[in-house]
Design a protein around this ligand. Structure first.
Ligand SMILES: Nc1ncnc2c1ncn2[C@@H]1O[C@H](COP(=O)(O)OP(=O)(O)OP(=O)(O)O)[C@@H](O)[C@H]1O
Length: 340
């Protein structure tokens, strides 16, 4: 493009000087023409860039509008909004399968007692995360029901229900904004969250200490997807985000599985500290079985149903138990893989 520009300019100068020598053009007219030619060329080249950006914008916005027009399978609102949801949750003969897939569960039944810690374990793909999705009512069971304080989850207002739940996923999603905003994002009423609420949530999740070491403290920008933080730091901010709402129910989906050993240790300390002082109903979807020794109840999911239920000590004592084999596999590595 630059070469063509130079070529055009030299042609203009050549023909322009010919016209000047014939008295058909003045020097002033030639220099004005050159100046305008350069300015117009610059504007035209900028327009091609603008056109590209415009096309990109149109493509992105059409995808956004498509997303906006999509209707959720489960409506966001409508149904019972009842007092404080704080009693037990019950999975009653729940059957479920994803669309176009074989059925995943044929009979899942267990209680999640209020104010206690329930851990759900099982081999990879057994459906642990799906249990959390069903509890969040992202899907409805094909059979059976989930009861919350003796009310069918299908009859509760979904948004109202979800406001009672704090979730910490396997891979936390952080936004390119400050730590403070990322924590407040978890609140149902962001305008009511005070500085003290933010700090208290960060202290509970063991995040306050590393946040205070940053020059901008809670105003530090975490970058795109939290790129300026380590995995463990992101996870602890995600835990603070789940806590800022003071939820009655906390779901932690394998909060430590995506971390290396030292980050996992820090997150585990945060979780243990949190659980020790917790009066919430907690469901941990766990892979690292060492994290759930203190759980009040462990539910082992296998082949579409609940295979075992009990405390860590009770389950580990079953000689050929599934839980025992899972623990052995994690403790002694892959030597015992064939046994499960
Ligand atoms: N949205 C989905 N659509 C279709 N199938 C899905 C979907 N989510 C999960 N599955 C399938 O359901 C099964 C159970 O998945 P799920 O994530 O619940 O298992 P998991 O026990 O949590 O596994 P892991 O421990 O490996 O995370 C898997 O076979 C998975 O491929």
């Amino acid at each position: 493009f630059q070469f063509t520009g130079y070529l055009a300019l030299s042609s203009i100068l050549f023909y322009g000087s010919n016209l000047i020598s014939q008295g058909l053009l003045t020097y002033g007219e030639l220099s004005s023409f050159c100046l305008y030619a350069v300015l117009s060329a610059g504007s035209l080249s900028a327009m091609s860039g603008f056109y590209l950006e415009l096309m990109k914008g149109l493509g992105a916005s059409s995808r956004l509008f498509e997303l906006k027009d999509r209707l959720p399978r489960i409506p966001l609102e409508g149904g019972i909004k009842k007092g404080n949801v704080e009693k037990a949750i019950r999975f009653e003969h729940v059957a479920f399968g994803y669309e176009d897939r074989d059925p995943l569960f044929h009979n899942i039944s267990f209680d999640v007692p209020a104010g206690k810690i329930t851990a759900v374990v099982g081999s990879s793909g057994s459906g642990k995360s799906t249990i959390a999705s069903l509890l969040l009512r992202l899907y409805d069971p094909t059979n059976g029901r989930i009861l919350v304080d003796d009310v069918d989850l299908k009859d509760l207002d979904p948004s109202y229900w979800r406001h009672h739940i704090g979730t910490v996923g396997q891979e936390p999603v952080l936004f390119s904004t400050t730590i403070k905003n990322n924590i407040v994002y978890g609140s149902n009423e962001p305008e009511k969250v005070t500085e003290a609420d933010i700090v208290s949530a960060a202290e509970k999740s063991n995040a306050d200490e590393f946040i205070m070491q940053f020059p901008d403290k809670y105003d530090t920008n975490v970058g795109e997807h939290g790129s300026t933080l380590s995995g463990g730091q992101k996870q602890r901010i995600a835990i603070a985000r789940a806590l800022v709402n003071k939820p009655n129910i906390l779901i932690m989906d394998e909060a430590t599985s995506a971390l290396d050993a030292s980050s996992e240790y820090l997150v585990r300390i945060a979780l243990n500290k949190l659980l020790e002082n917790s009066h919430q109903t907690v469901m941990i979807i766990a892979h690292r079985l060492s994290t759930i020794k203190h759980a009040d109840q462990i539910v082992v999911v296998d082949k579409g149903s609940v295979a075992e239920k009990g405390s860590y000590e009770e389950l580990i004592a079953i000689p050929d138990g599934i839980f025992r084999k899972l623990v052995e596999k994690q403790t002694f590595g892959f030597k015992n893989e064939e046994s499960y």
